[in-house]
Each structure stands twice: as structure tokens, then as C-alpha cells.
Design a protein around this ligand. Structure first.
Ligand code: KIV
Ligand code: NA
Length: 277
């Protein structure tokens, strides 16, 4: 598969070929995504919850994200690599946003960074990062980093005011230079309207039909424990498989069934003699 580029993603949008994006947080996750032939890999700050065990995406730091992003970069060949900039790493100023984004580009080899929100300060951040030469993916609708201000993790754009704001912000991020937009947890009809409005690809999550789809790998793999969002589809039960496999290993260690002869190294007679001497 050739390297996925921004023009290639634009072409997919024009041809109405769905773009596939999935998150990854480590080397094996990136390898699996790469082998599956996805178009875009996202080092999402969902890592905060699904990998690091935080209660939300707010606490994860740039340094933590960079460790994960570098591992994903090492496992990614052709897919387009997007990294989330975590909460607090771009809020202070345009200069801070550029500094953070440059770290993701330089230290982790990110092809683009993803930024939540479309308010005036956020548009200014997008313009600054794009001006620095780093492509930006915008993220609107349900923006988990500021979910408290949105009234919780809930679908967005279901009132006249919030729907109007979403359309306004979508135009805004495109104008500011974002080359792609992730829209989370909004009515499918609103996504359809946004697709008519915008010329950049729209990647949906819980947003109905779009130019592409993204899911959190740990959700679709069934690693995430407990309830997941309405828009998640599980394609495997890796979490249960892992717990079962480790339980089987524990049983065999406790019963003495493991290690079996085939897992042992044979000593040489000289080594045994040396050990006894
Ligand atoms: O952090 C993440 O995984 C995301 C996707 C759900 C879009 O932002
Ligand atoms: Na995110």
C-alpha cells in the first residue's frame, strides 16, 4: 500500500470512498492497524482512559502522549499518523499550541495533530499550527476534554443553538486551515448537512454516515471494560480472552502443568559438572 497523504484522503472524499481511522497507543496496536490496511491511525487522548486508567482525558500529559505516539510511529508505515494534543497543552496561547504540536511532529513523527473545539481562540490555535507547517485535524461535537462545560458526555447539536454553533464552528475550522474534521456524537442528519457545507473530509464517530469513521481500538476490540458509548460496535472480546488466557496460565503454574518439558532448556554435562564443582 502506498503512503497515505492528505491529497489521497481528499481524493477518497471526492470519490466517496470511506476513510478508515482507528486509534492506536502502542507498537502492537499500530502493527495491527497497519496490517488491517487502515488509512489513518490516531494516537487519541482516549489513551488516558483506555490505556492509562484515568477517569477522563483531562489528566493525560504531553509527555505521556509522546511515549505512546513514538511507539505507534515505530509500528506505522503507510497509514497517516494523527496525534491528539492533550488538554492544557494548547489552551494558554498560540505559541504554546505551536510548541506542543512541534513536539508531536519532531519527537513522535506525527503527520498531523488533532485539536478539540472551534471557538475563536481554538481557531487562532489552528491557524498558528498550520502556519508553522503542521497539518491539523479539528474535532467538534462532543469534545471530551471540555465535556464538563458541555454538560457531560452526551450527544451534541440536538438543539437549534448547538446545531447552529456546530455548523458555524465547522466552517470556522475549515477556514482556519484544518484539512480534516472529526465530528463526535451528533445526529446523522447534521453530519450530512456538514458534508454539504464543507470541502474537507469529515470523519465521524457516533455521527452517522460521513467521509470516514473512527473508533477507539480498545472499544472495538472489546478490551474496554463495562459500558461503552451507544456508537461503539464491538468486533472482538480481547479483554475477556486476555483474562481467560492469564487465568489458564495461573492455573497451570499453580498445578505444576507449566512449564512442561518442551519449555525447558537442557543442561550440557560440562555445565552440570561445573556447577557441582
Ligand atoms: O481520543 C480519541 O480516541 C478520539 C477519537 C474518539 C476521535 O479523539
Ligand atoms: Na481525543
Amino acid at each position: 500500500m502506498p503512503q497515505v497523504t492528505i491529497p489521497a484522503l481528499e481524493q477518497k472524499r471526492e470519490r466517496r470512498e470511506p476513510i478508515v481511522m482507528v486509534t492506536a497507543y502502542d507498537y502492537p496496536g499500530a502493527r495491527a492497524a497497519e496490517r488491517a490496511g487502515v488509512d489513518m491511525v490516531l494516537v487519541g487522548d482516549s489513551a488516558a482512559q483506555v490505556v492509562l486508567g484515568y477517569g477522563s482525558t483531562v489528566p493525560v500529559t504531553t509527555d505521556e502522549m509522546l511515549v505512546l505516539a513514538r511507539a505507534v510511529r515505530r509500528g506505522t508505515e503507510t497509514a497517516f499518523l494523527v496525534c491528539d494534543v492533550p488538554f492544557g497543552s494548547t489552551e494558554v496561547s498560540d505559541a504554546q499550541a505551536v510548541e506542543t504540536s512541534v513536539r508531536f511532529a519532531k519527537e513522535a513523527g506525527a503527520d498531523a495533530v488533532k485539536l478539540e473545539g472551534g471557538s475563536a481562540p481554538r481557531l487562532s490555535r489552528i491557524r498558528a499550527i498550520v502556519a508553522a507547517g503542521i497539518p491539523v485535524v479539528a474535532h467538534l461535537g462532543l469534545t471530551p476534554q471540555t465535556a464538563t462545560a458541555l454538560g457531560g458526555l452526551r450527544a451534541q447539536g440536538r438543539t437549534a443553538a448547538t446545531a447552529a454553533r456546530l455548523v458555524r464552528e465547522a466552517r470556522g475550522v475549515q477556514e482556519a486551515g484544518a484539512f480534516c474534521l472529526v465530528v463526535e456524537a451528533v445526529p446523522a442528519e447534521l453530519t450530512a448537512l456538514l458534508r454539504e457545507e464543507l470541502r474537507i473530509p469529515i470523519i465521524g464517530i457516533g455521527a452517522g454516515e460521513a467521509d470516514g469513521q473512527v473508533l477507539v481500538a480498545h472499544d472495538l476490540l472489546g478490551i474496554t471494560e463495562g459500558r461503552t458509548a451507544k456508537f461503539v460496535k464491538r468486533y472482538a472480546s480481547i479483554g475477556d480472552d486476555a483474562a481467560e488466557a492469564i487465568a489458564a496460565y495461573a492455573d497451570e503454574v499453580r498445578s505444576g502443568a507449566f512449564p512442561a518439558p518442551e519449555h525447558r532448556y537442557a543442561a550440557t554435562p560440562e555445565a552440570l559438572e561445573g556447577a557441582r564443582a
